[in-house]
Design a protein around this ligand. Structure first.
Ligand code: ADP
Ligand code: MG
Ligand code: MG
Length: 887
């Protein structure tokens, strides 16, 4: 039979699965010789049994008896015994801390008789009756499900009757009266008497703690924090110590360092003559912990000594709960403390300097997500005349200021003429993409953190506040209203804070994060900013450890240069279609409308020099580093006007319609597809439209030759998208090789270029062995691969049903955000293995959005990819995670 109960002397900090965090750490402190009130822990295993079967596991009662007897012997008194009662707390404690989510009952063991014993022992009637009423209150609320407000109201009534407003002024008699009143409330509300048998109190409290695991707020918290649903909670039975025995007693909380900055010092709060939750409940005003030195120097010194012991022992910042009973200090809880992103970096480096941890451990103590948080711009300070008008959900961090616009067209138009805009919508949909790209930030009045706006904005690293429900957005009128009669029209300046969700009317100044200025090379570690120094040290170590390189997805020289400053070792994905937008759209139209070879060739000839120019710029920015260029991928109709719009235009114009419009309409209709993402795109375009890929390859080859002739070191890698069969690739590759040869001969410059493919269809992954015969590299396009493996249309599903899927737990996170290891990941693994078998040393990388996602980066490391590629802004995050994955 498993052991269900552990004395505090039996456990240790590594038994969190079994004893919960609180129990494991109470045991650890006990074994360190720190003053912890004796007690024992009932395991999570007992809880799981109880939740599953509705009964306590066999043997538990006997074990609890044995441990209780041992505790009573050690303390020299029995639970609830009349003359001098042993009192205990019954405390929940799960593996992961769930602050305030579950239940704790203090002063268990008090009843109408033992309360006199407690009073006699303490020499304090008031204290004893206060403790008793607290027991009935907590027990009533958490074990018997009585509405807590009823007790609070009764306390208020008692104070009003006496004409006082502070609990401290209530007398022993007041508390006696409250005990009667509370018992009556229990009787009325729970339909039973408050149990006066101490052991029954304890047993019922234990079961209530077990049950609190499934309380709605605990379930909600676990879902938000992605804590598994089936862990269960442990229960700690801990002998009571009293901070409410007078002014020489009290209770407090402390951190061993500042959780906001990481600075060493004395951080905490203390409250005299108070019990347990009074400090956090904010009932009375606490004093800063430093005051304790004046109040009780001996306890203060001892506390500092213990905090140092704990830091050195846990080799990390800890938070603690303590109580002082008549000048004697007791430790009631400790754990490794939560901290801000900035503090995480600082603390890791401080501990490294103190020799408590090594550089590997320092890198383990920080995360890519934390680094990402530190890179967002932030509001410098509030200014006069700027008013907070509402608060929405903090969907994508950062700070953005701009003129409110209500349509994507307007956003693009104004952004093109150099204005900063905030796109305000009720909710966004895929049609808003161009507007979201153009805007500094996005604000919506509907939808949660998995809404289209939120998901897309996070993907782009764009500031977003969503679901600001107090706003009434009227897109037609071009305005929105906020509470308090505020109306914001098009062009009015607003500021949105994606880190807090706050929305302001007016301009709040924004400043770049020092961490970004550091990556940009504007600030260096030598400038002395402590956070920058810490980030620099961690990054240096991560880079030294990483097995994978990090490249960037970039399709213009500016992005390429920035990515390089951020540490990118090349470009993993240069999307050439972005080079066909703007004015060049006309040329693409000409290509599509071309009648006959000659017209088509003329259109291609017009595009070629422009493409060549683009590539030269990028090769220059990435000189000496590989640049993977993907030949045109999207369906061509994306470059043509919208079918409906065009039909309406032609229909309205009637006979007078522009002949060009007519031809366009014909082409748009001809090219229209039901499922364009599965249609004429990628390699299929290259095979169907003569000369298109050839033009692009020639532009790449000539650009490379020109760079080489100018003394540069261009390293092109030509990538064919959406290949499903090796035959497709072979045809395109042979054509490309032919052109590369031609250009070599015509220019007399030899630039080696690799020709490879994306693996983004399940069939490509499953036939990777064959495909590798024709490909010099693979790049996993995990956006399309996720889309095609799951059969999810990426542009539709997020808004349509992902939030429901997340709620149902079908997946914990969108597979477009974090690579689905089991399905999509399995295909990637198969393709990597079979590709390597067919062509040893084949270069393998990933260029989907997953390349910047920490968990996905770890997966890529595990299967031995050569590099990950992500957006320029995510490059530092991927570098850090690539290093952490290798540690
Ligand atoms: P939580 O997990 O919500 O912090 P705890 O189990 O830590 O709940 O207890 C709530 C409060 O009661 C804390 O302030 C704690 O210090 C106090 N407390 C718990 N057990 C005892 C005890 N045996 N003696 C005195 N105070 C206690
Ligand atoms: Mg606690
Ligand atoms: Mg793709």
């Amino acid at each position: 039979m498993p052991k269900f109960v552990y004395d505090f002397t039996e456990g240790n900090k590594d038994l969190k699965d079994l004893l919960g965090g609180k129990g494991a750490n109470l045991a650890e402190m006990t074994n360190l010789g720190l003053p912890v009130p004796p007690g024992f822990t009932i395991t999570t295993e007992a809880c799981r049994h109880y939740l599953e079967h509705g009964t306590l596991p066999e043997g538990l009662a006997e074990e609890v008896n044995a441990h209780l007897t041992a505790l009573e012997t050690a303390m020299g008194k029995k639970l609830g015994q009349p003359g001098d009662p042993l009192l205990v707390s019954v405390r929940s404690g799960a593996k992961f801390s769930m602050p305030g989510m579950m239940e704790t009952v203090l002063n268990v063991g008090l009843n109408d008789e033992s309360v006199h014993g407690l009073a006699a022992q303490a020499g304090d009637e008031r204290f004893a009756w206060d403790s008793y009423r607290r027991l009935i209150q907590m027990f009533g609320k958490t074990v018997l499900d009585v509405d807590g407000d009823l007790f609070e109201d009764a306390v208020e009534d008692a104070k009003r009757a006496r004409g006082i407003d502070d609990d401290v002024d209530l007398t022993a008699d007041d508390f006696k009266g409250l005990v009667d009143r509370f018992k009556a409330i229990v009787r009325e509300q729970a339909g039973r008497e408050f149990p006066t048998d101490p052991r029954e109190q304890m047993d019922l409290a234990v079961q209530a703690v077990f049950e609190s695991w499934n309380a709605p707020r605990a379930i909600l918290y676990r879902r938000q924090e992605r804590i598994p649903v089936d862990l269960g909670t442990a229960v700690n039975i801990c002998s009571m110590v009293f901070g409410n025995m007078g002014m020489d007693s009290g209770t407090g909380v402390a951190f061993t360092r500042d959780p906001a900055s990481g600075q060493q010092g004395i951080y905490g709060d203390y409250l005299q003559n108070a019990q347990g939750e009074d400090v956090v409940a904010g009932i009375r005003n606490t004093v800063p912990l430093t005051e304790l030195e004046r109040i009780d120097k001996a306890s203060y010194d001892r506390l500092l000594e213990i905090m140092e012991t704990l830091e050195n022992h846990y080799r990390d910042m800890c938070d603690i709960e303590f109580t002082i009973e008549r000048g004697k200090l007791w430790m009631l809880q400790t754990r490794v403390g939560k901290r801000t992103a900035a503090a995480a970096f600082r603390i890791a480096c401080q501990l490294l300097d103190q020799g408590l941890i090594d550089a590997d451990e320092a890198a383990r103590r920080v995360t890519g997500d934390q680094l990402a948080q530190l890179m967002f711009p932030r509001f410098a300070s509030r200014v006069d005349g700027v008013k907070k008008i509402t608060k929405g959900m903090n969907a994508s961090p950062g700070a953005a200021v701009g003129k409110a616009v209500f349509t994507s067209e307007r956003a693009v138009e104004w952004a093109e003429r150099g204005e900063d805009v905030i796109l305000v919508r009720r909710e966004t949909n895929p049609d808003d993409l161009s507007g979201m790209v153009a805007a500094k930030g996005v604000l919506t009045s509907r939808g949660g953190k998995t809404s289209h706006a939120a998901v897309v904005a996070r993907g782009m690293g764009k500031t977003c506040v969503c679901g600001a429900e107090e706003l009434d957005v009227d897109v037609k009128a071009g305005s929105f209203t906020a509470p308090g009669g505020v109306t914001v029209g098009e062009g009015d300046v607003i500021s949105i804070d994606g880190t807090s969700g706050d929305v302001y009317l007016g301009e709040v100044p924004v400043e770049d994060s020092p961490v970004v200025r550091y990556f940009e090379g504007e600030l260096s570690a030598a400038d002395g900013d402590e956070l920058v120094v810490a980030v620099d040290r961690v990054m240096e170590h991560a880079d030294a450890k990483a097995a994978m390189a990090v490249r960037a997805n970039a399709d213009n020289p500016d992005d390429a240069a920035r990515a390089r400053r951020f540490g990118a070792r090349g470009i993993g994905l240069c999307r050439t279609e972005h080079m066909f937008l703007g004015d060049r759209r006309r040329l693409v139209e000409q290509l599509i409308l071309a009648e006959g070879d000659e017209e088509r060739q003329a259109a291609l000839d017009a595009l070629e020099p422009l493409q060549k120019q683009d590539f030269e710029g990028i090769f220059t920015a990435m000189d000496g580093l590989p640049v993977t260029i993907r030949l045109i991928d999207p369906p061509l109709h994306e470059f043509l006007p919208d079918l409906t719009e065009l039909s309406v235009r032609v229909a309205l114009a009637g006979d007078g319609a522009d002949p060009r419009d007519r031809r366009l309409l014909e082409a748009v209709t001809r090219l229209h597809e039901q499922n364009p993402m599965l249609g004429l795109r990628g390699v299929r375009l290259g095979l169907v439209i003569p000369g298109l890929f050839a033009m692009q390859v020639r532009a790449i080859a000539e650009a490379a030759a020109a760079r080489r002739a100018a003394g540069g070191d261009p390293r092109p890698e030509i990538m064919i998208p959406l290949v499903g069969a090796v035959q497709e690739l072979e045809a395109v590759r042979d054509e490309a090789r032919g052109i590369l040869d031609e250009v070599r001969e015509s220019t007399g410059v030899d630039v080696p270029a690799l020709v490879g493919t994306m693996i983004e269809l399940p069939r490509a992954a499953l036939t990777a062995g064959q495909i590798a015969e024709a490909a010099e590299f693979f790049s996993f396009g995990t956006n399309d691969l996720t889309q095609t493996t799951w059969g999810f249309s990426r542009d539709d599903v997020e808004a349509a049903f992902f939030s429901r899927y997340l709620e149902l737990g079908i997946f914990g996170v969108s597979p477009f955000e974090t690579l689905d290891r089991e399905g999509v990941g399995r295909l990637v693994r198969i393709a990597a293995e079979e590709g390597r078998k067919a062509r040893p040393g084949i270069k393998l990388g990933i260029c989907g959005e997953h390349g910047g996602d920490p968990d996905s980066v770890h997966f890529c490391h595990e299967i031995g990819l050569d590099y990950v590629s992500c957006s320029p802004f995510r490059v530092p995050v991927a570098r850090l995670e690539a290093g952490r994955a290798a540690i």
